[in-house]
Design a protein around this ligand. Structure first.
Ligand code: PHE
Length: 431
């Protein structure tokens, strides 16, 4: 139970509430959701099982797991890759986590009563580009994450996830119901259920696959690390399936909480990363003009939901780096946490400032923030997921893997998932 909650806690995060809606918005709504769901269960879930078996069989975190199961080979460097990618992700992820703290504080102080959609957008661009404000909220988020990590796996991560996950479901259902009662919101519902074939292209496939990896936290060693704490009698398939179902369900619910509100505000759904910050404060505050208190409470609850979901994911990212330093470099929990904190702060601060003072710095045409997101979620995670499925499908003993996942999923891990990833990855590079 604690394992499923921690895994679902890692999976359910900003990917579901912040990233999923704007990517759905940019890629034509319902059709994207269908492709995303298909990939999640047919390609990504088997990889999740594969990654999980590696952790369960080795009882180690990534680097040492590889070193133990394939001694004397180069596979352990994959372990290293999966320390680097969660590190990059946790750095820029904490910037968005910080925005949610910022908005949470503002909603308490009544500062989110935006009179128009333009003023909501202006507020977001002002607060995300003001150096001290974004650095303060980013640092607060990273500190919260580090605090849970210092408490440890049992007292920190498990306890927090067990409390947070049920609360998150309750909150998101409540917000979805509220959103769908707003005038003009039905357009948003239609957008989510009516496929638009004209928007379908090859990049839809790669974004849908990328989103499903991102959402399930695949290919960065999190599933592996969490699974290393599993007992022999625990079932990889049962717990992995529950986490995947919770994750997709939450993404869909978040879609229904956000898109109707976005349409009610009259905003274009393809507004990118700023989508929820630019639309929801306005929608919730102005739509309940007659009931300002209700609007304020819903706004507060919404940003609380985002913050909680973001924290359960960021601790999982932090923990992968943490367990590597503890196992490999024999550091104490506190020392490892402090080192990661300093390093992640430096990278994350550059990401945070790329919305303000550093906005002209470009890396291959992207902002620092955009580059970190692109390189980690589009390339490193895909590479990691591919490597885990090849490792579980080809390098490990067939009997070890098959006894955990059964012959159908073994076939999927060995053949289907890697081939689909390679085909989509290569065709995406060529086109
Ligand atoms: N799955 C998390 C989310 O949906 C994000 C994440 C990505 C966490 C990669 C860990 C690793 O927000």
């Amino acid at each position: 139970m604690a394992y499923v909650m921690a895994l679902a806690g890692s999976a359910i995060g900003l990917g579901n509430i912040w990233r999923f809606p704007y990517i759905v918005g940019e890629h034509g709504g319902a059709l994207f959701i269908l492709v995303y769901l298909f990939f999640s269960f047919v390609i990504s879930m088997p990889i999740l099982f594969g990654e999980s078996v590696i952790g369960k069989k080795s009882h180690r975190s990534t680097y040492d797991a590889m070193d133990m199961l394939a001694p004397g080979t180069g596979w352990k460097y994959l372990g290293l890759l999966t320390v680097i990618s969660p590190f990059i992700i946790v750095s820029y992820y904490s910037v968005v986590g910080g925005w949610s703290i910022d908005y949470l504080v503002r909603s308490c102080a009544g500062g989110l009563n935006c009179a128009s959609q333009e003023s909501a957008a202006a507020l977001f661009s002002r607060s995300s580009s003001t150096a001290w404000e974004t650095l303060a909220s980013f640092t607060a988020f990273l500190l919260l994450t580090a605090g849970i990590i210092v408490l440890g796996v049992k007292k920190g991560i498990e306890k927090f996830s067990k409390l947070a996950m049920p609360a998150l479901f309750f909150l998101i259902v409540f917000i979805a119901i509220y959103s769908m009662t707003l005038p003009g919101s039905m357009e948003g519902v239609k957008y989510l259920v009516k496929p638009d074939f004209s928007k379908f292209g090859l990049d839809t496939l790669s974004f849908a696959l990328g989103q499903s990896f991102y959402s399930l936290s695949l290919g960065v060693g999190i599933v592996l690390t969490y699974s290393s704490y599993m007992k022999d009698e625990d079932s990889v398939v049962k717990s992995g399936t529950s986490a995947a179902v919770f994750d997709s369900l939450f993404a869909i619910l978040a879609g229904f909480a956000i898109m109707p509100a976005v349409f009610a505000a009259g905003i274009k759904p393809g507004a990118g990363p700023a989508l929820i910050f630019e639309s929801l404060p306005y929608t919730f505050s102005c739509m309940s003009e007659q009931m300002p208190v209700v609007g304020a409470v819903v706004t507060f609850l919404f940003f609380l939901t985002i913050l909680t979901a973001a924290l359960t994911s960021s601790v999982s990212l932090y923990e992968v780096c943490e367990s590597h330093l503890i196992e490999r470099w024999k550091m104490s929990r506190l020392k490892a946490s402090a080192i990661i904190f300093v390093a992640a702060w430096l990278l994350g601060a550059s990401c945070a400032l790329s919305f303000g003072p550093l906005k002209d710095v470009e890396i291959f045409g992207n902002s620092i923030f955009g580059f970190c997101d692109l390189i980690s979620s589009n390339y490193l995670m895909t590479l990691g997921a591919l490597a885990f499925s090849i490792f579980a499908g080809w390098k490990m003993k067939k009997a070890d893997v098959q006894s955990e996942v059964g012959s159908f999923f073994y076939f999927m891990i060995r053949w289907v998932s890697p081939i689909v990833i390679i085909v989509i990855f290569i065709s995406n590079m060529l086109l």
